[in-house]
Design a protein around this ligand. Structure first.
Ligand SMILES: *[C@@H]1O[C@H](CO)[C@@H](O)[C@H](O)[C@H]1NC(C)=O
Ligand SMILES: *[C@@H]1O[C@H](CO)[C@@H](O)[C@H](O)[C@H]1NC(C)=O
Length: 581
C-alpha cells in the first residue's frame, strides 16, 4: 500500500517532467516548423498569468494531439525576443498555427484543452471530408455545427463552390460532402443540396436556395447561430459580424436569463434571419448596457443594436419585458418606426482650439459636410494610450492652426464613450482620416503615434496634400541646440526608466488581474507592455531633435507609467465591452 502511494507520486513526477510540448529557441524553431506539417506555437512569457493558466490545458492537448502527429511547441519571448518580434507577437500568450513557414494563421479557439484539440483536429483534416453511408451519422455529431453537401459525382461546379466556402470557414465549422444519391434522398434533399446539423435548437436546417457561395455562407451564419444564444467574450465578435441587428436580453442570474429566453423564444423564431436574439449576463457585462444607451443597474433590460450602423434602440426600462410588449417593439423596429437613440455631449460653446471637439450633435457638420481633410481621434476618458497621445495630438493641431492650413485640415477628437458615432470602433484610440470628397471611405491610421508620422499620413492620404508646420520646434532647434541635447539625454533616461516601470507594473498587474478577471488581465498586460514600448519609443524619438518632442518624451514616459498602472488597476474591471472582447 505504501508503495502504491509512493509509486503514484513518483510516476506523477515523471509524467510532469516528460512534457509533450516542445520548447523551441531561435536556433531550432524554423527547422522544426519546416519538418512538421502542422504546428501550434505558443509565444509566452514566464511571468504571464494567462500563460500559466494555459499551461496544463496545453499539456493535455499536446498529449492527445501527438497521436495525430500535430505538434505543440512553445517559445519563451523573454529569451527569444527577435523571433517573437518577427512573428508579430504583441501580447502573451499568442498562439499561432504554422503549416510550414509561409502559411501562418492566428489560433482562433479558446484556451482550453478540448478547444485546442477540436480546433487543431479540424486544421489537420482536409477542408471537406468525404462521408459515406457508414460514416454520415457519426460525422453529423462530430462537432457543434456540421455542414454536409450532397451533390452528384460529376457536378464539378458544386464541388468547387462548396470547397471554396469550406476553405474560408474551416476554422468555424466542420464540412463534409457525399455524392451518394441515396443518402441525399434519405436526408430529404435534392442534389445539389446542403444540410447543417447542430447540437442545439432543432438539430438541423436544410438549405433551400441556389447552390452558390454567398448564399451558403449566409445560410451557415444564420443557421449556426442559436435561436437565443448568449453574448460573451467568445461570441461577441460573431454577433457583430453577422450583418443583422442584435437584440440583447440583460438579466442578472442564469435562471432569469433562461426564463426570459423562454418567454421571448417565439419572437426569435418568428424573426430568425432578421434579428439575432441573445441573453447577456448583467452582473458581468452590465457596463455594456451603457453602450446601448440603457441605464446600467436597472435589470432586466432589453435593447436592439443595428450592428452595421452602430445604432441603438433601447427599450424603455420602465416597461415590462414580456413577449407581447417586446413583440410590438420589435415589429415597430423592423418597420422603421423606432428612432435610434443618440447619445451626445452638449456642443461646446467655444471650439476654436488647435484640436476641434466633436460630439454626436456636431459630428456631421465637422466631419462630413465640408471640403476639408478631417483627422478624427476616437478616444475614451479612461484609456491610457489616449492620455499619452493627448499632448502630441495637441501639437499636431497646432501644426495646422494657421488661417491658411485650417481651411484645409481639421484635427479633431471625440469621446466615443459619451457620444454615438456612426463608425465601428475596435479599440482606443482609433484614428481615422476623412479626406475631402471621400468622406464615405475614411482611412484608418495604423502608424506610430508621433506628430511627424501623423503629419506625413495627412499629407499622403489627405485630398489637399497639406503639410503642417511645426513652427515652435524649428525655432527652438536654432536657438538652443546644446540645451536640447541635454534634454534629449535626460528624456531618454526618463523614457528608459518609464519603460522599466511600466513593464514592472504590467508584470505584477497581469498576474494580479489574472486571479480575478479572465479577459481583463490579458488586455491590461497588453496595454501595459505596449505603454512601455510607447514610452521607450518617445524617449528615443526625443533624441531626433524637435524641441517639443523632447518635452513630450519625458512627460510621455511619465504618462505611460501612470497609464500602465491605471490600466492594470482599473481597466480589467470596467473596460468597455468592445475593448474587453
Ligand atoms: C470533389 O472533387 C474532388 C476532386 O476532384 C473529389 O476527390 C471528390 O470526391 C469530390 N467530392 C464528391 C463528394 O464527389
Ligand atoms: C496612406 O494610407 C495607406 C492606406 O491605408 C497606408 O498604407 C499608408 O501607409 C498611408 N500613408 C502614410 C504616410 O501613413
Amino acid at each position: 500500500m505504501k508503495c502504491s502511494t509512493i509509486c503514484a507520486a513518483f510516476f506523477a513526477a515523471v509524467v510532469a517532467a516528460t512534457s509533450d510540448v516542445v520548447q523551441l529557441k531561435t536556433e531550432d524553431f524554423k527547422e522544426f516548423v519546416q519538418d512538421n506539417d502542422l504546428v501550434l506555437a505558443e509565444f509566452f512569457a514566464p511571468w504571464c498569468g494567462h500563460c500559466k493558466a494555459l499551461a496544463p490545458e496545453y499539456e493535455t492537448a499536446a498529449t492527445t494531439l501527438k497521436e495525430k502527429d500535430i505538434k505543440l511547441v512553445k517559445v519563451d519571448c523573454t529569451e527569444e525576443q527577435d523571433l517573437c518580434q518577427e512573428y508579430g507577437v504583441e501580447g502573451y500568450p499568442t498562439l499561432k498555427v504554422f503549416r510550414g513557414l509561409d502559411n501562418i494563421s492566428p489560433y482562433g479557439g479558446q484556451r482550453k484543452a478540448d478547444s485546442l484539440i477540436s480546433y487543431m483536429t479540424k486544421q489537420a483534416l482536409p477542408a471537406v471530408s468525404e462521408v459515406t453511408k457508414d460514416t454520415l451519422e457519426e460525422f453529423k455529431t462530430a462537432d457543434k455545427v456540421v455542414l454536409v453537401a450532397y451533390f452528384a459525382a460529376d457536378d464539378k461546379a458544386s464541388n468547387e463552390t462548396f470547397n471554396s466556402v469550406a476553405s474560408g470557414l474551416r476554422d468555424n465549422y466542420l464540412f463534409g460532402a457525399t455524392n451518394d444519391a441515396a443518402l441525399a434522398k434519405a436526408e430529404g434533399v435534392k442534389q445539389p443540396g446542403l444540410v447543417l446539423y447542430k447540437s442545439f435548437d432543432d438539430g438541423k436546417d436544410i438549405f433551400t436556395e441556389k447552390f452558390d457561395a454567398e448564399a451558403i455562407k449566409t445560410f451557415a451564419s444564420v443557421a449556426a447561430t442559436p435561436l437565443i444564444g448568449e453574448v460573451g467574450p467568445e461570441t461577441y465578435a460573431g454577433y457583430m459580424a453577422a450583418g443583422i441587428p442584435l437584440a440583447y436580453i440583460f438579466a442578472e442570474t442564469p435562471e432569469e436569463r433562461e426564463e426570459l429566453a423562454k418567454e421571448l423564444k417565439p419572437l426569435a423564431v418568428k424573426h430568425k434571419g432578421a434579428i439575432n436574439f441573445a441573453t447577456i449576463d448583467a452582473t458581468a457585462f452590465g457596463q455594456h448596457a451603457g453602450n446601448l444607451n440603457l441605464k446600467p443597474g436597472t435589470w432586466p433590460a432589453f435593447a436592439i443594436q443595428r450592428t452595421d450602423k452602430n445604432e441603438k434602440f433601447p427599450y424603455d426600462q420602465d416597461n415590462k419585458i414580456n413577449s407581447k410588449e417586446i413583440g410590438t417593439f420589435v415589429e415597430d423596429f423592423l418597420a422603421g418606426k423606432v428612432e435610434p437613440s443618440v447619445k451626445s455631449e452638449p456642443i461646446p460653446e467655444k471650439n476654436d482650439g488647435p484640436v476641434t471637439t466633436i460630439v454626436a450633435k456636431n459630428y456631421k457638420e465637422i466631419v462630413i459636410d465640408n471640403e476639408k481633410d478631417v483627422l478624427v481621434e476616437f478616444y475614451a476618458p479612461w484609456c491610457g494610450h489616449c492620455k499619452a497621445l493627448a499632448p502630441k495630438y495637441e501639437e499636431l493641431g497646432q501644426a495646422f492652426a494657421s488661417s491658411e492650413l485650417s481651411k484645409l485640415v481639421t484635427i479633431a477628437k471625440v469621446d466615443a464613450t459619451a457620444n454615438d458615432v456612426p463608425d465601428e470602433i475596435q479599440g482606443f484610440p482609433t484614428i481615422k482620416l476623412f479626406a475631402a470628397g471621400k468622406k464615405d471611405a475614411p482611412i484608418d491610421y495604423s502608424g506610430s503615434r508621433t506628430v511627424e508620422d501623423l503629419m506625413q499620413f495627412i499629407k499622403e492620404n489627405g485630398s489637399h496634400k497639406a503639410t503642417g508646420v511645426l513652427a515652435e520646434a524649428a525655432d527652438a532647434i536654432e536657438e538652443n541646440a546644446e540645451e536640447l541635447a541635454e534634454q534629449a539625454k535626460a528624456a531618454t533616461k526618463a523614457g528608459k526608466e518609464g519603460a522599466e516601470e511600466a513593464t514592472k507594473s504590467a508584470k505584477s498587474g497581469a498576474s494580479e488581474a489574472s486571479k480575478s478577471a479572465t479577459s481583463g488581465a490579458s488586455e491590461a498586460s497588453k496595454s501595459a507592455s505596449s505603454a512601455a514600448s510607447e514610452a521607450s519609443k518617445s524617449a528615443s524619438s526625443a533624441g531626433s531633435g524637435a524641441a517639443s518632442s523632447v518635452k513630450s518624451a519625458a512627460s510621455g514616459a511619465a504618462e505611460a507609467v501612470k497609464s500602465a498602472a491605471s490600466v492594470v488597476v482599473g481597466e480589467g474591471d470596467d473596460a468597455d465591452m468592445h475593448d474587453e472582447l
